[in-house]
Ligand binder design. Structure first.
Ligand code: CTP
Length: 406
């Protein structure tokens, strides 16, 4: 009963593989899960709602409301009820709609309002699967954090043979069980994440800032929260904020405020990830009124800000894990390794400004992750959500080692 108490929505679309959904429902129920099934109208042509209602022990949901009594099937409530939304089989059509935010049936509106992780098992003919449009849509879903259970290779309904078969129900079940294992990996753990830029005021209307959007920090916070952690997210004025019920957001403006919020919370955390692009300098004096354009030249005297990562490195206990970021332009590895030492970090994530598509302003990133023993993991260019998952996996292994589980 590895899924006891888990709430799973199974979304079934119009694909011949829909017949395998019956076996999948049985396997999920046998493992103790509670299953609610949503079908697209076309899915009913491939397998009867009666079969699925009997196996899942719940009424099958297809329409937005029950035509007999007018009761709404609330996609919002469904989305909140579920611990996992599994869409299997997912046809090319439904995948395309999901990737584009189309909401023309209950399966899709529930997808758009679901707060839980989403797993997608594609099923279609090999040419449809290989088509660049489908591949792009699958990449889009992956990029926004959906878990794709890759199609298998074999005989297809069309009589052709190739990649496109929905993965076998037993293997989908294993992915679901693995998912729930990792989703509780950080339960009872608290993680602090700093993110975004800081704005250092010059006068009441101007500031010194930087281009950090907060996307990397936000994706890391989401990934930890999805894996069961309570997250304290301390952010400067950033474009991207995470949204997950396990994340508490503390908004700050300046490096000094970020320092205070971080040090106030640090003693209660197990892991701290310093993803913020903190300003290194701040004006010595902040004007009370707007600086006038009276002279040809002005100079603003700057003083260094407090180094939050270095401070936490000094005060951290043996059981706390501290992760820093480094943005380097030259002698990247050497500088990153020096930062591990100088700030007493356990791990550093190196961004290189020389890599195309990586760093500020991009949706993608390419990083090198290094631990104290100089073990290195190079993460190729991919979406920041996927990079965040790789970073969190690396941190999880290091954390287990630190706590003597590795
Ligand atoms: N950092 C911090 N507080 C600061 C400056 C940096 O916590 N006042 C953290 C960043 O969040 C990052 C790490 O320190 O995790 C390294 O930041 P980076 O700007 O690359 O390094 P600096 O120490 O500022 O060194 P330099 O800019 O000279 O490379």
């Amino acid at each position: 009963m590895r899924l006891r108490g888990k709430h799973i929505i199974l979304g079934i679309t119009g694909s011949i593989a829909a017949y395998k959904a019956a076996i999948l429902v049985r396997l999920l129920i046998k493992e103790g899960a509670e299953v609610k099934v949503i079908m697209t109208p076309l899915a009913k042509e491939f397998i009867t709602p009666l079969t699925l209602a009997t196996l899942s022990k719940n009424p099958i949901l297809v329409d937005f409301f029950n035509p007999e009594n007018g009761d709404w099937n609330s996609h919002v409530d469904l989305g909140l009820w579920a611990d996992l939304y599994l869409i299997a089989p997912a046809s090319a059509n439904t995948i395309a709609k999901m990737a584009n935010g189309v909401a023309d049936n209950l399966l899709l509106t529930t997808y758009l309002s679901a707060k839980c992780p989403v797993m997608v098992a594609p099923a279609m003919d090999l040419d449809m699967y290989n088509h660049p449009a489908t591949q792009k849509n699958i990449k889009t879903l992956q990029g926004i954090g959906n878990i794709i259970i890759e199609a298998a290779t074999g005989e297809l309904a069309s009589g052709l043979s190739g990649k496109g078969r929905m993965e076998e129900p037993e293997n989908i079940l294993s992915s679901v069980v693995d998912f729930f294992f990792t989703s509780s990996r950080f339960s009872n753990k608290t993680v602090l994440v700093t993110s975004g830029p800081t704005f250092e005021p010059i006068d009441p209307v101007r500031f010194i800032g930087n281009h950090s959007s907060g996307k990397m920090g936000s994706s890391i916070a989401e990934s930890f929260a999805q894996q069961g952690a309570r997250v304290i997210f301390i952010t400067g004025p950033a474009k991207f904020l995470p949204s997950n019920k396990n994340i508490e957001i503390i908004s700050v403006q300046t490096a000094e405020e970020m320092f205070c919020a971080s040090t106030n919370n640090f003693s209660s955390v197990d892991i701290a990830v310093m993803a913020a692009a903190v300003a290194d300098f701040t004006p010595m004096n902040v004007g009370n009124s707007k600086l006038k354009r009276e002279t040809d030249e002005i100079s603003i005297k700057l003083k260094p800000t407090k180094d939050i990562a270095a401070y936490l490195g000094k005060v951290k206990s043996k059981s706390q894990l501290l992760v820093g970021f480094a943005l380097e332009t030259d002698k990247e590895l050497e500088n990153a390794k020096n930062k591990i030492k100088n700030k007493n970090l356990d791990i550093i994530v190196l961004n290189s400004l020389n890599d195309k598509g990586a760093g500020f302003g991009f949706d993608t990133n390419k990083v090198t992750i290094i631990n104290k023993k100089s073990e290195i993991l190079s993460v190729e260019l991919k979406s920041k959500t996927e990079v965040a998952n790789d970073i969190v996996d690396f941190i999880a292994e290091e954390f287990d080692r630190l706590r003597g589980k590795g």
